[in-house]
Design a protein around this ligand. Structure first.
Ligand code: APR
Length: 244
């Protein structure tokens, strides 16, 4: 694949770079995205039944079991070439900030340092009442496991629809986006706020926007460069073109 000389030169000079990733980055690891027609999770399940505080209040066991099923799916997969390429980029660019909407932890597993997880991490579980994290719990076929400190129901450490993002992570992501020279939006449909505003925050301050996605998105018309295809193919090629 040919990459524009300007982009290659810019990356070589190691400016401040932000990469925002979404479910598409983990698709080649075997995890399902959310909004892809047919295969996306939200094509099969209703987000309002499974991923909101109201859903948990209505049927905690259904929500717990759905996340338990996804947690097992995540445990069974490994990072792909796209995750490894992003970890490699961090080794070459001194000021590289990786922000992800993914809760699968695959960036960290691939060796990316200091990943900003905007939507939490599905492997972590916390009390829905006191917030304390639980390292282990006993699964029960009828009810949701309880917190050993206060007896509250345990829940996944993920951000549900209608919940605020963790403040330190969001602030760090906004700050990095506002000062970066290059902003990559990779494998995200760019429709979930506030993550979707990060590219615009970067663009408003004059950053160059690079999008890598299997399909065009609402960001594509704003992007300076759009590379259509799989991130597990394009990212390693970009790393090779710039540094190897
Ligand atoms: N390489 C690159 N892009 C891909 C690939 C791939 N191999 N496979 C799919 N894509 C793209 C799709 O074209 C789509 O634009 O990834 C995007 C996935 O979009 P979504 O399913 O909407 O996932 P995401 O943008 O991460 O969703 C944001 O919504 O419900 C939630 O909390 C959940 O964090 C998630 C948030």
């Amino acid at each position: 694949m040919d990459f524009p000389g300007r982009l290659v030169r810019l990356l070589k000079t190691s400016p401040r770079v932000v990469a925002l990733t979404g479910a598409g980055v983990s698709q080649e690891s075997g995890l399902r995205t959310f909004r892809d027609a047919q295969t996306g999770l939200w094509a099969q399940y209703k987000s309002e039944d499974l991923a909101s505080p109201q859903a948990f209040a209505r049927d905690p066991k259904l929500v717990w079991d759905w996340y338990a099923w996804r947690r097992e799916a995540v445990k069974a997969v490994r990072p792909n070439a796209g995750h490894y390429a992003l970890a490699e980029m961090a080794r070459h660019i001194s000021n590289f900030t990786l922000v992800t909407q993914n809760v699968d932890g695959l960036h960290r597993m691939a060796g990316s340092p200091d990943v900003i997880e905007l939507h939490g991490n599905i492997q972590r579980v916390r009390c829905s009442v006191c917030g304390e994290f639980a390292d282990d719990w006993i699964d029960d076929p009828v009810s949701v496991p309880r917190c050993s400190s206060c007896g509250g129901m345990l829940r996944p450490h993920v951000v549900w629809f209608g919940e605020p993002l963790p403040r330190p992570e969001l602030e760090a992501a906004i700050e990095a986006s506002q000062v970066c020279r290059l902003f990559f939006s990779i494998g995200t449909s760019g429709v979930v706020q506030p993550a979707a505003t990060l590219a615009h925050a970067a663009n408003d301050r004059g950053a160059i926007i690079v999008e890598i996605n299997a399909e065009p998105t609402p960001l594509t018309s704003t992007a300076d460069y759009f590379f259509q295809g799989k991130s597990g193919v394009i990212l390693p090629e970009l790393v090779k073109a710039v540094w190897l």
